[in-house]
Design a protein around this ligand. Structure first.
Ligand code: NAD
Length: 362
């Protein structure tokens, strides 16, 4: 566990509470070590990520992260910034698949900026390729031309291996959901899109013919996400389109405090995958230390950990049901407050999840 800075330790603390419940009531025990990441690591060791913490993360079955950063560290040199620690961690673990579910809990359907009937019951998953594509492709740079004007270049590049490994994750995920994958690119105008479409099709025919595969252009996908998001199950796409589409899908749900995520690496010889689970939100320095943070994004990230790293889908679903129930019962932190609901604190929310689990477990 790497709680990090700001509200990170507060929200991760509530996951501890949920873990304790699993330990007591479901005989699912976790061997947990905790480390410093981000500003707090810089305070203690002069670097946002020490080699020891990196090694701990590499040896763990899964990493649960809070958030990093805050005004205290903003004036540090670029390489010592808290976010550099997080980026290095992701890079060293080679996490190429970023999972961003967009789930709308019934009680929060009205918090979306879209019409309630468009989002009620929404449960989709955007899978973004995270280590390739235009953010890393060469050549890149800005040059000055002979006439004094400038020219900037980035390169969108994908290989068969990069497409196939993320495609595999998409099909495997779909098999555990509604068995549908929509692969998104711009094969109409980009060769990298043509290759993406061909490789996805081939992988599907050869290994995953039981899963329904469709293809969609990225611009149309953006439109469909706000027109009729429930048509999707798993969307798989490249780094650039995934960056944009996952934020778009996230906002269908209405609140930053509710959004979990996972980043997965390749399966090693022992069958294990490196993985980081973390809320989408940042360290929220404006509310840190006030007991106001919503811990549900982090608790739902823990549920993803149970599902994807430990194959405990039933236990993950139990947490999601407990969250659904407490929202229906009117528990709200400030960020998701609605008229007539009961305002609670960070720990109040954690306690409500545990109470809900207890009730569900009978
Ligand atoms: P932020 O996500 O921290 O906060 C945006 C707004 O949402 C704030 O008003 C905040 O109070 C609110 N908010 C966020 N999470 C919440 C929660 N769980 N419950 C209730 N309200 C919540 O984004 P920001 O303000 O742009 O960034 C603050 C710091 O976090 C910066 O230092 C930034 O670099 C860092 N950051 C870190 C990560 C990460 O660790 N993965 C991600 C984004 C930003």
């Amino acid at each position: 566990m790497l709680p990090g800075d700001g509200i990170g330790p507060e929200v991760v603390g509530e996951v501890r509470r949920v873990m304790d419940w699993f330990d007591r009531r479901r005989a699912v025990s976790f061997d947990v070590t905790e480390g410093l990441l981000g500003g707090c690591s810089h305070d203690a060791h002069g670097t946002p990520l020490t080699d020891e913490t990196l090694e701990q993360a590499q040896n763990a079955d899964a990493v649960l992260l809070g958030a990093v950063g805050g005004p205290k560290w903003e004036s540090l040199p670029f390489d010592e910034q808290p976010e550099r620690g997080l980026l290095r961690l992701r890079k060293e673990l080679d996490l190429f698949a970023n999972l961003r579910p967009a789930m709308v809990f019934d009680a929060l359907a009205e918090a979306s900026t879209l019409k309630t009937e468009v989002v009620r019951g929404l449960d989709i998953l955007i899978l973004r390729e995270l280590t390739g594509g235009i953010y890393f492709g060469e050549p890149r740079g800005i040059e000055t031309l002979p006439d004094g004007t400038r020219r900037a270049v980035n390169t969108q590049v994908y290989t068969t291996a990069e497409i196939v490994r993320v495609g595999r994750v998409a099909f495997e995920l779909a098999r555990k959901r509604q068995n549908r994958v929509c692969s998104v690119e711009k094969a109409n105008v980009m060769e990298s899109g043509v290759l993406w479409r061909q490789e996805m099709g081939k992988l599907h025919d050869e290994e995953y013919a039981d899963v329904e595969l469709s293809h969609m252009y990225a611009d149309n996908c953006a439109m469909q996400l706000v027109r009729d998001p429930k048509q999707f199950d798993v969307i798989v796409t490249d780094n650039l389109f995934g960056d944009v589409l996952s934020d778009c899908a996230a906002m269908l749900t209405g609140s930053l405090g509710m959004l979990p995520s996972a980043s997965l690496g390749a399966v090693d010889e022992s069958g294990r995958r490196k993985a980081i689970y973390e809320p989408v939100h940042g360290s929220a320095p404006d509310i840190a230390g006030k007991g106001m943070a919503n811990p549900l994004a982090t608790i739902l990230s823990f549920a993803m950990m149970l599902r994807y790293s430990f194959d405990l889908a039933d236990d993950a679903a139990l947490i999601e049901r407990a969250v659904d129930d407490l929202l229906s019962a009117g528990y709200r932190t400030a960020d998701i407050m609605q008229p007539g609901a009961e305002r609670t604190t960070t720990s109040g929310m954690g306690e409500a999840v545990v109470a809900g689990l207890e009730k569900l477990a009978g």
